[in-house]
Design a protein around this ligand. Structure first.
Ligand code: SDX
Length: 435
């Protein structure tokens, strides 16, 4: 959409010295306008400078919209609070195709995904090369990258059919690989998916069933994990999604691009925060030690941060965190966990932080990772699996954004520039003559 379709100014004037340039302003359907600087270097010989891309739009997208000040999150225009009551595969369809499916389309999509949930049998041998105590994220990033060695018929990114098959395969196989990473880490046999189970129930069974007895899926818990997947499905141009887009812009195959996204998500400042947040609550240990940790979080000389707090975009309560908190209480209630000490610490920590000037001034609120760790631990997952579950859910967002980028006629290989402050040109001195 360009500026001519709205009454906003359609250009910005940049003046450097006695020269001026008109830069086009482009409007989205909602959210901030953008100043198109694509020709800036050619016109002025200058780059813009925005480390961390706080003020930079890297692409045009129609998938997810976030209003950080209002705490709004829309997937294809639908508020997360409403979609949280749908089911994950319905949200996957919406993210991929742009519209909610009809009943027939949903049934067909479920059928297609279900029939791609198995992985090539040789993949299981791939796992056995790892030590049992390897972090499941290291196993996941490797096994997803290895998919390109098995599924050659969906790596030609110029073929729309192959792009869609690769998307379906990624969504279908990521729970199987995630469950295999978990089973491998605890020395239990891999469990094959079952086609008569829904997506979330299949995943819980692949993680927690053992050959010696029947596994009965608890519908409340599978509903909860399904909702957790919905909350984590996509989030605009976050660090890992931007990684997937940049990797995909070179024409790399989709499996390799998703592996790059998993690697980026692993960091504690991003998807690794759910694991770090639970560890932090354990380190705090009791409600009366909260002030000590609040002070550490405020101390510039202390690298400690309140994990699960703050966000690059949300300067209001992360709408997903509210739903996650509700889901946390639902899960603990269903499991009869009355007084989880970590939940007591989390609730009190949130109460204190939201009154503290330091956090209020910086608009630091709980984000999606603050309550997810307590919930996932109650569901039976070890801390090391928390970011794996985040990656499982985010795979649909990554593959949807990858597909949108490949299908965008204006997309080119991503190649940022820099502000160079290194040595100016100088001559080489052979070592014999160096002092
Ligand atoms: C996710 O981008 C996405 O959309 C990500 C995500 C997604 O769905 O993909 O939402 C998922 O990654 C959520 C965020 C999970 N990370 C954490 O919970 C880790 C803890 N949070 C911080 O590391 C931090 O808040 C970030 C990384 C999330 C955001 O960093 P920013 O935007 O670079 O914020 P900042 O460092 O500029 O902070 C501004 C100020 C600083 O203080 P001053 O220099 O102004 O004095 O706030 C302080 C920071 O020191 N601050 C914190 C803090 N977060 C920011 N102080 C204490 N504890 C914190 N958690």
């Amino acid at each position: 959409m360009d500026a001519s379709q709205s009454n906003a100014p359609n250009s910005a004037t940049l003046t450097i010295g006695d020269e001026s340039w008109e830069l086009p302003i482009l409007n989205g359907t909602i959210g901030p306008d953008v100043i198109d600087i694509a020709k800036l270097y050619g016109q002025t010989g200058m780059f813009t400078y925005d480390p961390g891309f706080t003020s930079t739009a890297s692409c045009e997208s129609q998938i997810t919209y976030i209003d950080g000040d209002e705490g709004v999150l829309l997937y294809r225009g639908y508020p997360i609070e409403q979609l949280a009551e749908s089911d994950f595969l319905e949200t996957c369809y919406l993210l991929l195709y742009g519209e909610l499916p009809t009943a027939a389309q949903k049934a067909d999509f479920d059928y297609r995904v279900t029939r791609h949930t198995m992985v090539h049998e040789q993949m299981s041998r791939f796992f056995h090369g790892f030590r049992r105590d390897a972090h499941p994220m290291s196993v996941l990033v490797a096994s997803v990258g290895a998919l390109s060695a098995f599924y050659h018929d969906s790596t030609d990114i110029s073929d729309p059919q192959q792009r869609m098959i690769a998307s379906i395969r990624m969504i279908a196989k990521i729970p199987t690989l995630a469950a295999m990473a978990y089973k491998y880490s605890i020395g239990q046999p891999f469990v094959y998916p079952k086609n008569d189970l829904d997506y979330a129930s299949n995943f819980l069974r692949m993680c927690f069933s053992v050959p010696c007895e029947e596994y009965k899926v608890n519908p409340i818990l599978s509903r909860a994990i399904d909702r957790i997947f919905i909350l984590h499905a996509d989030h605009e141009q976050n660090a890992s999604t931007s990684t997937v887009r940049l990797a995909g812009s070179s024409g790399a195959n989709p499996f390799a691009c998703i592996a790059a996204g998993i690697a980026c998500l692993w960091g504690p400042a991003h998807g690794g925060a759910n694991e770090a947040a639970l560890k932090m609550l354990g380190e705090i240990g009791s409600v009366d030690r909260i002030p000590e940790f609040i002070n550490r979080a405020k101390d510039k000389n202390d690298p400690f941060r309140l994990m699960g707090f703050g966000h690059r975009v949300y300067k209001n309560y992360d709408p997903r965190a509210k739903i996650m908190q509700r889901t946390c209480h639902e899960v603990l209630g269903e499991l009869g966990i009355k007084d989880d000490p970590l939940l007591d610490i989390a609730v009190e920590l949130e109460r204190i932080a939201l009154q503290d000037e330091y956090f209020v001034e910086r608009k630091l609120y709980p984000n999606i990772d603050f309550y997810s760790g307590i919930t996932l631990r109650a569901l039976g997952f070890p801390t090391s699996m928390f970011t794996v579950l985040f990656a499982l859910a985010r795979t649909v967002g990554w593959i949807g954004q990858w597909k949108e980028m490949i299908e965008d006629p204006s997309q080119r290989i991503g190649r940022p520039r820099q502000l160079y402050t290194g040595a100016t040109q100088r001559d080489y001195v052979p070592i014999a003559r160096r002092k």
